[in-house]
Ligand binder design. Sequence first.
Ligand code: CKX
Length: 603
Amino acid sequence: MLKYSELYPCSNAYRSKVSLDGLWKFSFDPDSAGKEEEWFKKGIPNACPMPVPSAFADLFTKEEERDYGGDFWYATEFYCPDDMQDRNCFLRFGSITHRAAVYCNGQLVAEHEGGFLPVVCDITDAVRRGEANQLAVWVNNELNESSLPCGSVKVLASGRKLVKPYFDFFNYAGIQRSVYLLQIPKHAITDYSVTYELKGENANINYQAVHSGEGSIRVSLYDREGSLVVSGEGSQGSLFVEKAHLWKVRNAYLYTIKLELVQDGRVMDEYTDRIGIRTVEIKDGKIWINGEAVYLKGYGKHEDFDVLGRTFNWSVAKRDFECMKWNGANCFRTSHYPYAEEWYQMADEEGFLVIDEVAAVGMMRSFANFAAAGTGKYTYFFEAPTVPELKKNHMLQVEEMIMRDKNHPSVIAFSLFNEPETTSDGAAEYFRDIFETARKLDPQHRPLTGAMEKNSAPDKCKCYHLLDFICLNRYYGWYISGGPEIEEAMELFAEEMKAWEEKKLNVPFVFTEFGADTLGSEHKLPGVMWTQEYQEKYMEKNFEIMDQFPFVQGELAWNFADFQAQEGIMRVNGNKKGIFTRNRQPKNAAYVLKRRWESSHLC
Ligand code: CKX
């Protein structure tokens, strides 16, 4: 059970949220001296101004700063109003990457591991109301084999630390999402969840609410126009919605749910949220939303943009949704970590389907697992002494993700890994426990999955049976037999698909990655690798194979847009498999996808 509520901040007559975003102070701490020297009390030395939220890396002009690995600090001052003495006071960071310790007025108020989920700190006893307060945050961006994501650190002869991710995206770090000061009643609503049953044209919303202190719960449901639809009493119950408006794919309808905590007829707390009535089911080898089979069309994405790094930005999010709508997409995977909550809010509004992924990436011992993919190399990842700690972190982050995201109608599945080693008994045991934990946590019992790369072949993989639908990352025609050999690549692709078919698994398969690096500047007729023409051809060829196997029920191209990755001989200033450029303009292949996704043969 998580210590604090993961509910997204809201403001009303009982609760207040004040944004602490702005210009903070920032300082690197390469000698890790700050904790011992009590910078959280004395102030952080040699500080420079730093926006919050931001990812520090691409804001600097020196390589040592951009590629910095180790400890660093943020500090700011905030005023806490004294008109809410009877409230508990919290700080809520959307995320701090990758681990943090938060100090309020010199007092440690929270420690957190994992860079993509909220950090909530109870500062009720530490805060000074009606006064200015000092806030200091220690952050560390190193990776190891028990962190999510996985990686390691190389120390250069100069003593400089370089973080070596076992994955293919830049290790952006810092306070990359918004920070709020929250004042919440002492007796408060701390969590709620909803599940849905469709009954003809009507629906039941089964709800469960959790609160601290005494009192009873009152629930009200409002339609889009703000009219009361139905209400109920008690911490759990069922709301009958007559002629329910369903939340549909790319045609969302959102209701507002209001929960009130009532004591002796007096409202003590209120929490409102937007919810959508929809069901998700895996049946007969298909994915069903509200009893209608849906074919997933879209992308694996990243939170990534020039200068911003992984900082959440509403305008970038808006543009991304507009681009995805333009070419007929209906789904994306939050590869390879839970995104800022605002992404899911927008997906709820736009009727997009989201496969929500935990940051379990790089679970294969290799500095760039895209390079090791397909070699069949056995890495003994799940037999290392780091595994118990890794598993503990993995389980906790699955719990935090599900707690945070469980009420979003857009979230139709949870992905519990990306491209780990899955061929050993160690991996099978490890993931059995992870999946078992996740199954208990989701009140909606959504499908669980994970994305598997080429090593997870039909005859070698020991984990696929855990997945409710099978996600494959495949690069036939790129990492395997690329360029002039694409013909052979397609034969190998078809061969693998036949091997899966022979297993008669009767579960849907979704391609969660397939793609070809493509430079926006390069054209050649006939196409060669890295040109726009080759990306078009690659897509068309891959679709020809996918279309031969009816158990394929989705295709999420890699990647929505070009994104920053670690430097190396395989990357030209980033991964260029984007269907859009990093500044969100379409490459030629975007039109191939548009034509295909807008055609009716994909339901
Ligand atoms: N999959 C064969 C994970 C992504 C990478 C992608 C790539 C790999 C491919 C694995 O995070 O970006 O190499 O483009």
